[in-house]
Design a protein around this ligand. Structure first.
Ligand code: ISQ
Length: 154
């Protein structure tokens, strides 16, 4: 079965909650990433130069916002079109940036775990496994689109 209206609604509903506190959720997201994959610190310009995760860095917040938002948009596209579609320029950019940084499959897996952990804490009692499944599916499809582009470039 494809991506359902129910799954799309679960993602949209939790995105509304996430959006209300991007500073907090972006810190949580990168904290979880670094707990699972400390070496990622050196791949991201806004983490590289300090021992701590910077508490008030606009680029960190913007980065997390883009990851969350693109995943939410992917959920909408999966329900509407059955696939994730990115603008050509954006797709090419994402392919080359991920290749340049040396991103591998396990990084994408860390991203899924960190995203789901962040959302779970953000939405509290509204959380359900179905909600996690919907975000996970959208993220994995988005990641698959980026990975395909990386393979084309490699
Ligand atoms: C950086 N930004 C978004 C997702 C990520 C997943 C794993 C490691 C680094 C990341």
């Amino acid at each position: 079965m494809g991506f359902t209206e129910k799954q799309e609604a679960l993602v949209k509903e939790s995105w509304k909650v996430m959006k209300q506190n991007i500073p907090e959720h972006s810190l949580r997201f990168f904290t979880l990433i670094l707990e699972m994959a400390p070496a990622v610190k050196n791949m991201l310009p806004f983490l590289k130069d300090s021992d701590e995760i910077p508490q008030n860095d606009p680029t960190l917040k913007a980065h997390a916002f883009i990851v969350f938002k693109m995943t939410c948009d992917s959920a909408i596209q999966l329900r509407e079109k059955g696939q994730v579609v990115l603008r050509d320029v954006l797709l090419k950019h994402l392919g080359s940036v991920h290749l340049e940084k040396g991103v591998v499959n396990s990084h994408f897996e860390v991203g899924t775990e960190a995203l789901l952990g962040t959302i779970k804490e953000a939405v509290g009692e509204s959380w359900s496994d179905e909600m996690g499944g919907a975000w996970g599916e959208a993220y994995d499809q988005l990641a698959a689109t980026i990975k395909t582009q990386m393979e084309e470039k490699a």
